[in-house]
Design a protein around this ligand. Structure first.
Ligand code: ADP
Ligand code: MG
Length: 588
């Protein structure tokens, strides 16, 4: 079994934040320095105010002090604006980094991991949770840095002005800090639940919009609407709860500064009366207390804001802990050969998850290069699973799958898949244009190739009829095409890859008789130069196959030609009989 890559496993949220911020560290530093400069120009104001008051009380001209004050005020505003622009821009870059990393990771997830998630929830982690990193970057990373530094600098200056009044102020701040320490974990919990509910809302919406026709046809709009609303409501409830605790923390900080102001006024007044300090000193100190308010609230804001960021970071990390496909195998073979592939299953046992029953109980078969091999059997027999294992969407629990005689796990996954053309059972077509869909598996296909493939899949008529031809948009999951057209697009897409191994999973089930016969000829033609595996319900499509593998309940019952199996395998003979009867009944 391949090794799962789990980047950022068990990394605390703040370390993840630092990792995302790392590429932007110089811009962050510039923004932080500009913020500090803003703080510094503001910080000088009380000193100028003191000299202005001194000038006034000693009957000197205040013109110089006034000019200096005006310059400081203007510089403060200018530097402040530039600083907030740089910071906001950088914060957006951090969000971009997180979104890129997470979305790249999601595209590499193992199918088995995706089976157990809600796509809508994963989507919310990329789109919504990542957004929270913006505030965390500006408010937490920078706020804590600049706010903390400004607060410390202010406290030092206050100590220089009067240590006694500093002690009074610090006492009040410490008391407020204790209260805020009790509040913070509550914000954290609420923020986590709010983020989870946004994920639930995404999942509920995806469920409805992904099957809107069925929902409407079932008259289930109201029920589904309720599920979406419930998730939205829960997100609201938890966000309001987080806001309540955050407001309380912020107000505690604000209140503590008011209390500090009054206490300093009282204690300072007494000290002025005893002559320990003069009025100018008291005024300067009071201005510092006033000035301390903003960095203290910035620090508290940083701590409270970080709680929702930490919740988002945790959810992003959870997604990154899902197992991804290995980037490279321990000792990969370079690539499968260029000739049509030979394939073999050797006693493959498989289950989709440890807590699920086995789907394959020792499946073995051998397919030589070239020719057509058909898989038939009741639904649920494990035919689609055979193809999923060849594509390495899943790994066998036991046994081996050999391509050209080598275990498939020894090829790099991209090289393995490059050798295969796969048409899934439900033949999905992606939203976008018809052309996009055809070129999905081979962006470099030339115009001639496309034209030839359109002809063999009998799509040329359709393309000619459409006013915009290949540029025609096909709608979400190709809903603007008929089922049969979708299947032919999927087959054309697979053929354009010029695969060495072509896997067709009930790929012609929705075609009319004329188109199906035509496609059967195309596939027979392809099978002359390629190894073709088909799963088919209609035996009519496989009677001419070189060999037919009859599967039942996760096992291979029999292998042979149509004639051999009709004579030798009761299950196959029964299938043949019922389908023959069904066909005559249908035409009667
Ligand atoms: P067939 O194509 O022969 O109809 P499948 O290979 O699709 O059968 O499925 C075989 C069994 O595996 C079924 O019982 C089905 O319920 C189960 N199965 C298929 N896909 C998954 C999956 N992604 N996760 C869990 N079980 C699955
Ligand atoms: Mg199937």
């Amino acid at each position: 079994m391949a090794v799962d890559e789990t980047p950022e496993a068990d990394v605390p949220p703040w370390r993840m934040l630092l990792a995302y911020a790392r590429p932007h560290r110089w811009a962050l530093l510039a923004g932080a320095l500009l913020s500090l400069a803003t703080g510094a120009t503001g910080l000088a104001l009380p000193l100028v105010a003191r000299s202005l008051i001194d000038d006034l009380s000693e009957d000197r001209s205040i013109a110089g002090a006034l000019v200096l004050m005006s310059v400081l005020v203007v510089a403060n505003a200018g530097v402040g604006a530039l600083g907030s622009y740089v910071l906001r821009r950088t914060a957006e870059s951090v969000v971009l980094t997180a979104r890129r990393r997470l979305s790249s990771y999601l595209l590499r997830l193992r199918i088995a991991a995706v089976d157990r998630t809600e796509p809508g929830d994963l989507m919310a982690r990329v789109t919504s949770d990542s957004t929270l990193l913006r505030e965390v970057t500006t408010d937490t990373l920078v706020g804590l840095g600049t706010g903390g530094l400004t607060a410390v600098a202010t406290l030092v200056l206050m100590g220089v002005v009067d240590p006694v009044l500093l002690a009074v102020t610090a006492g009040v701040i410490a008391a407020a800090g204790t209260v805020i320490g009790v509040i913070v974990p509550r914000i954290n919990r609420a923020a986590k639940r709010a983020a989870e509910s946004v994920g639930l809302m995404g999942a509920a919406l995806e469920r409805v919009l992904g099957a809107l026709r069925t929902v409407k046809a079932s008259g289930a709009e109201h029920r589904e609407e309720r599920a979406v609303h419930a998730a939205a409501q829960e997100s609201w409830r938890q966000s309001v709860r987080a806001a309540k605790w955050s407001a309380l923390a912020g107000n505690t900080a604000g209140l503590s500064m008011q209390v500090a102001f009054i206490t300093v006024l009282a204690v300072g007044g007494a000290r002025v009366a005893t002559g320990a300090i003069d009025v100018g000193t008291l005024v300067a100190f009071l201005l510092y207390v006033f000035y301390l308010m903003s960095p203290i609230q910035q620090v508290v804001g940083a701590v409270t804001q970080y709680q929702s960021g930490a919740a988002a970071l945790t959810r992003i990390r959870e997604a990154q802990l899902l197992p991804a496909e290995p980037a490279a195998e321990p000792a990969p073979l370079p690539e499968p050969g260029a000739e049509p592939a030979g394939l073999a299953f050797e006693d493959v046992r498989f289950r989709y998850a440890d807590d699920l029953p086995f789907v394959h109980h020792g499946v073995s078969f051998r397919v030589p290069p070239r020719g057509m091999t058909a898989f038939v059997g009741p639904s649920g027999a494990g035919k689609t699973t055979v193809f999923s294992l060849i594509e390495r969407f899943y790994e066998p629990t036991a046994g081996r799958i050999l391509l050209d005689g080598a275990d498939v796990t020894r090829y790099p996954i991209p090289a393995l898949r490059a050798a295969i053309g796969y048409v899934e059972q439900d033949a999905p077509v992606l939203s976008g244009s018809l052309g996009d869909n055809l070129l999905l598996g081979n962006a470099a296909a030339g115009e001639d190739d496309v034209r030839a493939v359109l002809k063999t899949t009998r799509l040329d008529g359709l393309v000619a009829r459409l006013p915009q031809g290949l540029d025609t948009l096909v709608g979400h999951r190709g809903t603007r095409l008929s089922g049969g057209e979708r299947q032919r697009v999927a087959i054309a897409r697979a053929l354009l890859r010029r695969p060495r191994l072509l896997l067709l999973d009930e790929a012609t089930s929705q075609l009319d008789a004329v188109n199906e016969a035509a496609l059967r000829d195309t596939v027979a033609e392809v099978a002359r130069s390629t190894t073709v595996l088909v799963v088919a319900h209609r035996l009519s499509t496989v009677t001419s196959a070189d060999r037919i593998v009859v599967m039942d309940a996760g096992q291979v019952r029999a292998v042979g030609t149509h004639a051999e199996l009709v004579a030798g395998d009761p299950l196959y003979a029964e299938l043949a009989t019922t389908q023959f009867l069904a066909a005559t009944a249908g035409t009667a």
